[in-house]
Structure formats: structure tokens, C-alpha cells
Design a protein around this ligand. Structure first.
Ligand SMILES: [Zn+2]
Ligand SMILES: [Zn+2]
Ligand SMILES: [Zn+2]
Length: 204
């Protein structure tokens, strides 16, 4: 009975999703382009709309332009390729500033969540790559690996208790940091953020 109920619920919740996805396929294939406001679709003559890029001058399908809600046709006038080129040039010319900006941006909760999700899904998607990476890391820095193993074992057996971050006091995602890998149980507790700070200072 329970199984029948969940099956019925499945078909009830999946149906609108299915209809929506079919609608999206049909409209996208015929070249509807999302317009100025969120409730407004434009029709581009039944074909995929094309437009020229103001930078490279090539005429390209509208899909080759980033979406932008404030533009007349809902897309930038510079193609994706040119945007990427510009971004790379800007990055190369202002490397220091860009790095500083990325460092600050990386600390916002939204960004942290994104990175965490990305890492989680990347690991699930490519477990073999992750194992490979772990293996090379272990071979490259055996002392690091052994020290971290020792900390994990000590926590599991109760010889060591995971503490709070010594900088901000949080108890979430706290790592044991080693100033000296040859003393595996001599650790300082640091949250991810402050742990990264410490290592950045060490390499700087
Ligand atoms: Zn272009
Ligand atoms: Zn902290
Ligand atoms: Zn560390």
C-alpha cells in the first residue's frame, strides 16, 4: 500500500515538471529568447536569432552571448568568446588586484557554500580522479598523511578531542593544524578559513 502511494505521488509531482521541460525544449528549439522582464518571451522569426558581436564583428547565434536582463534582447552585445578574452586580459593585467578580490569574495558565505557544493559533487562525479589525487598527495607528502591519520585515529579512540577554532571559536569544520608534522598529535585547532590563512602565511 505504501509503495502504491509513493508511486502515485511520484506521477503527480513529476507530471508538471515533465510538461515544463517539454515546453522548454519546444520554445528553446524555435528560438524564443528570454526578454527584458522575467515574464516576457520574445519570438525571433521561428529560427534561432543571430546577431553581430560588437568586438569581433562576427554574426553568431544568440546563444553565443551571455544573458543580461537590462539589454534590449536580453543578451550582451559582446559574444561569449570575446567576454572571456577580455576577462583573461584584465586578469593578466591586474593579477594582484584580481587575486585580492577573489580572496575577499571567497570568504562570503554564499561563495563558501558554492565551493563546498562543487567539491562535493566533483568528488561524487569522479571518484576515481579523487582517489588518484589522494594517492599522489600521499606519495608526495607522506609525513603529512601520517600525521593526519594519527590525528584521526586519536580522535576516534578518544585520546584527542577536537577543539574550537583558536581564532574565531567556531566548532564547525575544525581541522587539526600541524606546525611540525613530526609531532603528529601536537595540533592547533583551526576552522577551514583560519587554517587556510595560516597556510597562506606559511607559503607567503
Ligand atoms: Zn566576439
Ligand atoms: Zn576560525
Ligand atoms: Zn595545517
Amino acid at each position: 500500500m505504501c509503495r502504491g502511494l509513493t508511486r502515485r505521488l511520484d506521477s503527480v509531482t513529476m507530471l508538471p515538471l515533465f510538461v515544463l521541460s517539454m515546453l522548454h525544449k519546444i520554445t528553446a528549439a524555435r528560438g524564443y529568447v528570454y526578454g527584458r522582464t522575467a515574464t516576457h518571451w520574445r519570438w525571433y522569426s521561428g529560427e534561432v536569432a543571430m546577431k553581430p558581436c560588437i568586438k569581433c564583428g562576427q554574426t553568431k547565434p544568440i546563444k553565443m552571448f551571455y544573458k543580461h536582463p537590462e539589454m534590449g534582447d536580453g543578451h550582451l552585445n559582446k559574444c561569449i568568446e570575446c567576454c572571456k578574452d577580455d576577462a583573461n586580459e584584465h586578469r593578466a593585467a591586474n593579477l594582484e588586484k584580481v587575486r585580492e578580490y577573489e580572496r575577499i569574495r571567497g570568504r562570503t558565505p554564499r561563495r563558501k557554500e558554492k565551493v563546498r557544493n562543487y567539491k562535493r559533487t566533483a568528488r561524487l562525479k569522479h571518484p576515481e580522479r579523487f582517489r588518484e589525487y589522494q594517492k599522489t598527495a600521499r606519495l608526495k607528502h607522506p609525513e603529512k598523511y601520517k600525521a593526519n591519520q594519527a590525528v584521526g585515529n586519536a580522535i576516534r579512540s578518544g585520546r584527542l578531542v577536537r577543539g574550537q577554532c583558536e581564532v574565531c571559536g567556531t566548532t564547525e569544520h575544525v581541522h587539526g593544524h600541524h606546525d611540525d608534522y613530526s609531532k603528529p598529535l601536537d595540533v592547533r585547532w583551526l576552522c577551514i578559513e583560519h587554517h587556510c590563512d595560516v597556510h597562506r602565511k606559511m607559503t607567503a
